[in-house]
Design a protein around this ligand. Structure first.
Ligand code: ADP
Length: 262
């Protein structure tokens, strides 16, 4: 641990003793290191697509545009990288908003069945592109209309991120199941996929900003490495918990529990 010790003598006439102030600076240093890492990561993530855009445009100016086929490939690359930058900036702004103390999330009753159905509806076209089956599993015992105490917008973002990841990391023809229920004072839902899974060494780290178990695949799928960090922040801000369990090569399950009204 690093400790900073300040000793100051009290001025006379109270000079009967001294004041010792001990600050534990370990945590401060850790935070500063994390901040520096974050800035380095952001710079790298922003610069990479910009460098690709720059060099591709240069190649187009230097004659690559003369051949129609090459031109189209290069223009598509520019569009891809621009989309990546947009996604990254959107996620960074989300994260900044969530982390700034000013953001207050609502805690109102929200029906999980509706939020889940709407999420699957929004992402159905993407799932279809990969021939993935989306399955909704209401509670086996009890009504489907389980309510969670949540912020509707934040819940939407959490669901979208988890289902979007399930789509990204599941090979064609797989299945994504979203189940939900209530237990005790909590409402919970799970997003389960039959995808590539996450190894035990990576699993505890996937909620960290910019952590990717599979860099190439995340990049190809348009990932920013920020989705799960956003999920964790939002769930915690709603006084809930999120956990991941996975079997590499078999699939992954993310489970979110939120408080229930009343
Ligand atoms: P990304 O934008 O890279 O998907 P996330 O923060 O959403 O970033 O996820 C972090 C990493 O966790 C991903 O890069 C991926 O390696 C892993 N991951 C997340 N969800 C899944 C999943 N459903 N199946 C397998 N790996 C996943």
């Amino acid at each position: 641990r690093s400790l900073t010790v300040y000793v100051s003598r009290l001025p006379a006439p109270a000079a009967a003793g001294a004041v010792v102030v001990v600050h534990d600076t370990t945590e401060l240093r850790r935070l500063e290191r994390l901040r520096q890492e974050f800035v380095a990561n952001v710079s790298h993530e922003l610069k990479t697509p910009l460098a690709v855009i720059g060099s591709t445009v240069e190649a187009l100016q230097d004659g690559a545009a003369d051949d129609a086929e090459t031109r189209d490939v290069f223009l598509a690359r520019v569009a891809d990288e621009a989309a990546r930058l947009m996604a990254l900036i959107t996620d960074l702004l989300s994260l900044a908003r969530i982390e700034s103390a000013g953001q207050v999330l609502a805690a109102v009753p929200v029906r999980l069945d509706r939020a889940i159905a709407e999420c699957l509806e929004r992402l159905s076209a993407r799932a279809e592109e990969k021939s993935l089956t989306l399955v909704e599993k209401p509670p086996a015992d009890g009504p489907a209309g389980v309510e969670a105490l949540a912020d509707a917008g934040a819940l939407r973002q959490v669901l979208d991120n988890l289902v979007d990841n399930a789509i990204k990391y599941t090979p064609d023809g797989g299945r994504i199941t979203v189940r939900w229920s209530a237990a005790g004072g909590q409402a919970w839902f799970e997003v389960e996929d039959t995808g590539i899974g996450i190894g035990p060494a990576d699993l505890p780290r996937v909620f960290e900003r910019f952590y990717r178990a599979d860099k190439a695949r995340s990049r190809d799928a348009g990932g920013t490495g920020l989705g799960l960090a956003i999920v964790k922040h939002l769930v915690q801000a709603m006084r809930g918990t999120v956990r991941a369990a996975s079997r590499p090569g078999k699939g992954t399950t993310f489970r979110v529990a939120l408080p229930r009204p009343g």
